[in-house]
Design a protein around this ligand. Structure first.
Ligand code: NZQ
Ligand code: ZN
Length: 395
């Protein structure tokens, strides 16, 4: 096992009615003026937003509400929210929603605490920051894991880039996680969320670290199996509280870095996927499942035994050589993605489709900054590798 430091300070309040304690918790934390952020309207339609507003009012907290955050959240919204937040002198940011809202809240919190810097300069490390405004979330979708993660992802619509920022400052103070709030999710979002959670674990499972790491491996394998079972149950019945609880908790554990301890994450597929989201506004998880099989077939021969272990632990594939088991595991994973109606090639992503060769060239250039950076750790992908993965998925 490699040495590590693990600090995940986010307090989790989990279970039915968890968010009923939101205003009290905010007040106990010293919040007096709160900026509440939400997405495209699901939190309004479900009544969640007005319940939070009522709580804040009865606790005597001043607040400002801003909605309209889109999936693949945009830096323009964040800039506007920073301006509004500064004008209202807010001292806490509360996200009500999923990864897109929470990531925006993280960026807004950083911008408010560092008003002299443009948020995109912070995002691209032109300006390094040392402080943020405290923020928390009421989670409405098990997926991105932003409620506990140290990362956030923003799209700059002017430059067409989707960029992640990892920082300890990206850890929320607390997160309210009530599985019931996710009962209104459409089936497609349940499937996408489950796939993203699995990918957060798989992109930590396949790394360049060869030392034994038994506990982390077993946690990862159990988590993936649990997510697969829960997703299948939820696609039959969206209001299965037990299955939604498992999915929600797996999402937070997966991306809190817990499934990475003693390893080193890869995340090459995420980086390749972000290029597709930036260019086509494609759903995050769809970009991942569309590329994963192509990535896996491109790299597995670097360590077939690792893929064979995965196939045995997740799918019970125990016959054949490492090579045969590795290939069977990759095929079974793609079959699972297909069974939950997630794409396994670019043509399966509605916004993308089969791409012209010139577009594949541009994507490979963008992902690797014209072959100046390598992606991931299992096999650090050069431009030619990135091109090969996009090309293999282009059908
Ligand atoms: O916008 P509303 O109307 O709320 O609808 C949303 C949105 O359309 C809907 N939704 C959320 N909760 C709902 C609901 N609909 C009905 N009932 C509910 N309870 O779901 C749609 C997707 O929401 P979004 O927040 O975009 O989903 P997700 O949590 O998957 O977040 C995706 C974003 O997170 C980033 C992705 O790249 C993407 O931009 N990621 C963030 C990470 C992080 N911060 O650690 C890691 C991930 O790898 C990922 O990159
Ligand atoms: Zn993800």
């Amino acid at each position: 096992m490699q040495s590590f430091t693990y600090h995940c300070p986010t307090e989790i309040i989990f279970g039915r009615g968890a968010e009923d304690a939101a205003a009290e918790k905010l007040r106990a934390y010293g919040a007096t003026r709160v900026l509440v952020l939400y997405g495209g309207g699901s939190a309004e339609r479900s009544g969640l937003l007005s319940r939070i507003e009522c709580q804040l009012t009865s606790c005597g907290l001043a607040f400002l509400v801003m909605g309209g955050i889109q999936p693949n959240p945009r830096v323009s919204f964040v800039r506007e929210a920073i301006r509004e937040g500064l004008a209202a002198d807010v001292n806490f940011v509360l996200a009500v929603g999923g990864g897109s809202v929470i990531d925006s809240a993280k960026a807004v919190a950083h911008g408010i605490a560092n008003p002299a810097a443009d948020i995109w300069d912070i995002w691209t490390h032109k300006v390094e920051i040392e402080k943020t405004t405290p923020f928390a979330s009421v989670l409405t979708i098990p997926a991105a894991g932003s409620e506990t993660s140290d990362s956030a992802v923003l799209t700059n619509e002017d430059t067409g880039r989707k960029v992640g920022l990892n920082s300890p400052l990206n850890r929320a103070v607390f997160a309210f996680m009530n599985p019931v709030l996710a009962f209104t999710l459409p089936r497609a979002q349940i499937a996408a969320g489950a796939a993203d959670i699995m990918m957060h674990t798989m992109e930590r499972y396949f790394t360049d670290v060869r030392e034994a790491n038994v506990f982390t491996d077993r946690v990862a394998e159990a988590l993936i199996r649990t997510v697969m079972e829960s997703a299948q149950r939820l696609l039959v019945s969206r209001k299965d509280y037990d299955a939604m609880s498992e999915l929600m908790w797996c999402g937070s554990v997966s991306h809190s870095n817990f499934t990475e301890l003693g390893r080193r994450k890869d995340f090459a597929v995420h980086k390749l996927g972000h290029e597709l989201s930036a260019r086509f506004d494609a759903t995050h998880a769809a970009t991942l499942t569309a590329l994963w099989g192509s990535w896996a077939r491109h790299v597995y021969q670097d360590e077939p035994a690792r893929f064979a272990r995965f196939a045995a632990a997740v799918f019970g594939v125990d016959a054949g050589t490492d090579e045969e088991r590795a290939r069977a595991g990759i095929r079974r994973m793609e079959e699972f993605f297909a069974a939950i109606e997630m794409p396994t090639s670019l043509s399966g992503i509605p916004e993308v489709g089969v791409l012209e060769p010139s577009v594949i060239e541009e994507l490979a250039d963008a992902a690797t900054a014209n072959d100046t950076i390598r992606l991931g750790t299992f096999r650090p992908l050069a431009r030619a590798d990135a091109h090969a993965v996009y090309e293999a998925a282009n059908h």
